[in-house]
Ligand binder design. Structure first.
Ligand code: NAD
Ligand code: AKB
Length: 315
């Protein structure tokens, strides 16, 4: 029986992934952890700062952990405010996960990478898996380094580490935690509250995104795929959809005709401009049969249905 520890479990992805993993493996077999206690969480939860090696090791040993999903990190936009701190946290937490996994024979580790690994020297349309990685943010630099360390531990110690370069994730279940793609979640909350939305990216900024349901399904499908089929030892490119703030806003206006957006690009514009506009995920499709289910229109409908807003048309 798998016993799974999740780091950063209270975050945008962790709070949704932990529910899915509880359904799949049973609540008692999932140990959610984060920096602070989460009073809303149902099931085993421990406060854990993953920069603390001893604390992580103690939990892994005492709870008989067999798999780790390592989600704890500082994201792109927040990361630029304190670059050295971001590097320290993102790298130290992953080193601790790698070392504890090596020492205690953890069967599988999940490591989330990001489209932030790409810099503006690559083809920005259908960015290939094998592009050169010269990121512009400290967050992206930490993800590139993390990918390479994952490959190193796989090759040197035989650790089974699986990884996805997530696009920006959009979901109704949780709020994002300081990234450049956050606008694409925030915009829905403004629309249902009938407030004007000030977008920190310009109207034409095309970025790769994915719906939360697809992102969680991709994660679990990758973790369950036969190991021998997985040729990419760093991290898989993954496609959901791509759109600009202007396109998203005009789709939202089909449902909320009074919705208003204005554009006030800030420092996050430069980050977004260094990222791909769309991604080529041929390897994920080949190796573990990845197929997204949500495009832009279906994602928007599902967001509004779940955010409890009346739908003025039949989906
Ligand atoms: P988030 O910011 O919402 O959550 C991260 C969680 O990590 C937070 O709850 C925070 O308290 C916790 N954390 C931070 N430092 C910690 C530490 N030292 N010890 C323990 N916990 C700590 O992030 P998210 O959006 O849920 O992202 C999860 C992972 O997925 C991250 O590694 C992120 O880089 C990656 N990712 C996310 C997206 C996205 O769009 N959400 C896209 C690409 C990659
Ligand atoms: C961010 O914007 O930092 C994240 C990501 C794409 O990694 N959403």
């Amino acid at each position: 029986m798998s016993k799974i520890l999740i780091t950063g479990a209270s975050g945008q992805i962790g709070s949704v992934l932990s529910e899915k993993l509880k359904e799949k493996y049973g609540t008692e077999n999932i140990l959610a952890t984060d920096l602070h206690h989460n009073p809303d969480y149902i099931g085993p939860f421990e406060v854990l700062d993953v920069t603390d090696f001893e604390a992580l090791q103690t939990l892994v040993v005492n709870k008989g952990i067999t798999q780790i999903y390592h989600l704890a990190a500082i994201l792109s936009a927040n990361g630029e405010k304190f670059p050295l701190n971001t590097w320290d946290i993102n790298m130290k937490t992953f080193f601790n996960v790698l070392e504890v996994s090596r020492l205690h024979n953890i069967e599988k580790v999940f490591y989330p990478s990001s489209i932030a690994v790409f810099g503006n020297n690559v083809e920005r349309v259908d960015t290939p898996q094998s592009s050169n990685l010269t990121p512009s943010t400290v967050y992206g630099m930490s993800k590139v380094a993390g990918e390479n360390w994952a490959k190193y531990y796989t090759e040197k110690y035989g650790l089974d580490i699986r990884s996805i370069r997530y696009p920006g994730i959009i979901g109704y279940q949780s709020l994002p935690g300081g990234g450049t793609t956050d606008y694409a979640v925030d915009i829905f909350h403004k629309a249902i509250n009938q407030e004007e939305f000030e977008c920190f990216l310009g109207p034409d900024t095309m970025l790769p995104m994915i719906y939360m349901d697809d992102a969680i399904r991709a994660t679990i499908e990758l973790m369950e795929a036969p190991k021998e089929k997985l040729r990419i030892k760093t991290s898989y490119n993954l496609v959901g959809m791509s759109f600009t703030p202007e396109t998203l806003a005009s789709e939202i206006q089909q449902i909320h005709p009074n919705f208003k957006i204005r554009y006030q690009p800030d420092y996050r514009q430069q980050i977004a401009d260094s990222w791909p506009m769309s991604i080529d995920d041929t390897d994920a499709r080949k190796d573990w049969d990845w197929q997204p289910k949500y495009g832009l229109k279906r994602m928007i409908q599902d967001m509004f249905v779940n955010l409890n807003t009346p739908m003025p048309f039949t989906p």
